[in-house]
Design a protein around this ligand. Structure first.
Ligand code: UD1
Length: 382
């Protein structure tokens, strides 16, 4: 069985890591039907700090194909990625294509595959912000609707898919277990499965080594819980000057007199350089950081302010209060738990619950995904 994994932007390198590990584990278990994994990097992110550092840190192997798509308008980036991915898929003829999350590379990979009649597995399926102005929302909805295997990170995502008429939820939103899998004769087309969140898998895998691998707090002379962490890169925030001003003002107000560390995304750097809106002098703007530094910076901060999807959950798992710099979030459970607040609703404090529940799984999402893929492909060939 041959699968092709398509990645291209920063969060996808992180999400691929546990899947690669689970494929390795699967292939070394006795009697397993071997899975060959072709890795395709579209090149949507290309700076060292946005791409290669993740491969180096996490020990992800060099991609079999690097398509060097780079930047451009949405049409250019998606179209270019689709053209180049299609060529690789024609050459490699995989049995299944795996795509991750909601970027232009996700949509390009899914469309290229499905038009060649190659089934698509979508990891992080069913997420919705219900804001169709976000490019990521369009990418998610379309990818879900052309996918055959829809791997959801939580029950809410399976419910979103049910509401859109993608109904083959095999376990009613309950976390899939090995028994569920064994009891299924074969996975039907358009299978929706709650497998848990692969980002939780990575966080658990990395938790033990983060402190050893990250020296960022010392380098920046930060004291434990004595600074705030900021990240900002979504087009909805950076590309609208009024909105950008509003966020700069909000951050300045919330953090006045406090140190703020801000690993700045390249998109934001361009906008900030051209803008007259400026942060106060205790905001330390640094280059984007790698995964271990990112976790360490989050863990030791007193508060995270972000428009990233992944960081809302990481803050939640690490028990750090978070303010989401958006009007809505796909990760509603983090808000319900009190650890996360939308900035428009922030009243000066958080009221977090003590316990962190397991709504995003148990750290075994990637193993479930690989188990289900194997089952699905075996069903198709036998
Ligand atoms: C993309 C994803 C978003 C994801 C984010 C993670 C889409 C529509 N959005 O947004 O879902 O959360 O990645 O970071 O796919 N740039 C560089 N160097 C790089 C990468 C980008 O300078 O290594 C510049 C580009 O030239 C462009 C800007 O940053 O001007 C935005 O890059 P783009 O690839 O469009 O996506 P992101 O904003 O990073």
């Amino acid at each position: 069985m041959k699968i092709a994994n398509i990645i291209g932007a920063r969060p996808q390198f992180v999400k691929y890591f546990p899947v690669a590990k689970a494929v390795e584990l699967h292939n070394t278990s006795s009697g397993a039907r071997r899975i060959t994994d072709v890795l395709i990097h579209t090149g949507q992110h290309y700076d060292y700090e946005m791409s290669k550092v993740f491969f180096d840190e996490l020990g992800i192997r060099t991609p079999n194909y690097h398509l060097e798509v780079g930047s451009g308008t949405h049409g250019e980036q998606t179209g270019e990625a689709m053209k180049r991915v299609e060529k690789v898929l024609l050459d490699e003829a995989p049995d299944l294509v795996v795509v991750y999350g909601d970027t232009n590379s996700t949509l390009a990979g899914a469309l290229a595959a499905v038009k060649l009649h190659i089934p698509v597995a979508h990891i992080e399926a069913g997420l919705r912000s219900f804001n169709r102005k976000m490019p990521e929302e369009i990418n998610r909805v379309l990818t879900d609707h052309v996918s055959s295997l829809l791997f959801c990170p939580n029950p809410r995502a399976t419910e979103n898919l049910r509401m859109e008429g993608i109904c083959a939820d095999l376990n009613n939103g309950i976390l899939m277990n090995s028994e569920t899998l064994q009891n299924l004769d074969f996975l039907p087309e358009r299978s929706v499965l709650n497998v848990g969140d692969v980002m939780y898998d990575v966080l658990l895998l990395a938790a033990e080594v983060t402190e050893d691998k990250s020296a960022v707090a010392n380098r920046l002379e930060l004291s434990h819980k004595d600074y705030l962490l900021l990240t900002l890169h979504r087009a909805e925030n950076t590309d609208d000057p009024t909105r950008f001003s509003e966020i700069v003002r909000f951050v300045n107000d919330i953090s006045s007199g406090k140190t703020v560390v801000f690993p700045m995304h390249p998109r934001t750097r361009k906008v900030y350089a051209a803008s007259s809106d400026k942060f106060h002098s205790a905001v330390q703007i640094i280059s984007p950081v790698g995964y271990f530094d990112s976790l360490a910076l989050m863990k030791h901060s007193g508060l995270v302010m972000t428009d990233s999807g992944g960081m809302q959950k990481e803050a939640f798992w690490l028990k750090v209060p978070c303010i989401t710099l958006r009007n809505e979030t796909e990760w509603v459970e983090t808000v319900e738990s009190g650890w996360n607040v939308l900035y428009s609703e922030y009243k000066g404090r958080h009221s977090p619950t003590d316990s962190i529940n397991t709504v995003y799984g148990d750290g075994l999402a990637a193993q479930r995904i690989v188990g289900a893929i194997e089952r699905y492909l075996w069903g198709k060939t036998s």
